[in-house]
Ligand binder design. Structure first.
Ligand code: DGY
Length: 334
């Protein structure tokens, strides 16, 4: 917030980290902070998180921790910063944090390219049936090449509809252009011509209109109250029967039960999912389907990204403890 004054620490901040982080990051944190690490990497229970917020001056959580208003209500007055390891902050009640005067930071930018790469991997994998083909070989049932075997769909020349044209959406668009896809996007605000131009991107002010016209839909927006179940039964009905749905953002953007119904009824052609509504549980209706590719929330899972995410967490804590606005402060209207 403009005018906000940040608390300057006169001691090493007391930091509690909720999951294992890359070793070099943990070592640096141990040098810089009065830190408690989670060396056995178990996801913390609510009771453990409550104990952590009662003691920590800085909590460094991840997407697997639910930092809701009840937990924030249980925080002691010493908790000043939630320095999230990850870009998405839908697991943190930002309004409750703000009401308690707790600053929240995240780790944007450093996972953009890796996440966009995974979107491309799914854009290729689903129409070209890559996972299905791989299973055929491992199951020992491939009988050799044939003119009609394993036919999929060409992606060159198809229309890609990107929902959410922030950093990751734009990185997906740049890659998809190189594969010959036409770029369409739906975003609250139209992008400046300087960005739209090189991508030859077409802006759709309404999502419904775009969904009816594109061949592949990629979800690249954050989970917020407005985007929760942004792909529901009605929107799935708007999509074309030959269209594919890709989601590397948050599972809760899709009504998974409605997606299973749509796939079963042949109302869309397939889906590539890296995130799920109830992680790590997967809707049973998805598991046996050959027309979906399922990945274990690995968009940012590169050594490089996880290291840089950790470095961002450290920088945010250091700058904050020094009494300054941390570089990646998350504001409520994110
Ligand atoms: C992110 O950074 O939001 C990833 O999904 C992991 O939390």
């Amino acid at each position: 917030m403009p005018g906000t004054r940040f608390h300057k620490f006169d001691h090493k901040p007391r930091v509690i980290v909720t999951r294992r982080l890359p070793e070099a990051v943990e070592t640096r944190m141990a040098e810089l902070f009065d830190v408690t690490l989670n060396l056995d990497d178990h996801p913390m229970t609510t009771a453990e998180l409550r104990a952590a917020v009662a003691e920590a001056e800085v909590l460094a959580p991840t997407v697997t921790d639910v930092i809701d208003s009840a937990l924030i209500g249980a925080a002691g007055p010493q908790l000043k910063l939630i320095a999230n390891f990850g870009v998405g902050v839908d697991h943190i009640d930002l309004a409750a944090a703000r009401a308690r005067g707790i600053t929240v930071t995240n780790t944007p930018g450093v996972l953009t390219d890796d996440t966009a790469d995974l979107v491309m991997a799914l854009i290729l994998a689903v129409p070209r049936r890559i996972a299905e083909g791989e299973r055929l070989i491992r199951e020992g049932v491939w009988t050799g090449w044939s003119p009609t075997g394993m036919l999929g769909h060409r992606i060159t020349g198809k229309r890609l509809g990107i929902v959410g044209m922030g950093r990751i959406g734009q990185a997906v668009a740049a890659r998809a252009r190189a594969f010959g896809l036409a770029i369409h996007y739906h975003n609250r605000n139209r992008l400046p011509k300087a960005i739209e131009g090189p991508l030859e991107a077409t802006w759709w002010p309404t999502l419904d209109a775009m969904l009816a016209r594109v061949d592949i839909v990629s979800l690249n927006c954050p989970e917020t109250p407005e985007t929760h179940h942004i792909i529901n039964a009605d929107r799935l009905r708007l999509m074309q029967r030959h269209a594919f749905l890709i989601n590397v953002a948050r599972g809760t953007l899709i009504d998974e039960a409605a997606l299973v119904d749509a796939l079963e009824a042949g109302r869309i052609a397939g889906a590539g999912l890296d995130v799920f509504e109830q992680e790590p549980a997967i809707h049973p209706g998805l598991l046996g389907r050959p027309d979906v590719v399922l990945l274990p929330h690995m968009g940012s899972a590169t050594f490089e990204a996880r290291q840089e995410m950790g470095e961002k967490v450290i920088t945010n804590i250091r700058v904050f403890a020094d009494g300054h606005r941390p570089p990646d402060q998350v504001l409520e209207d994110y």
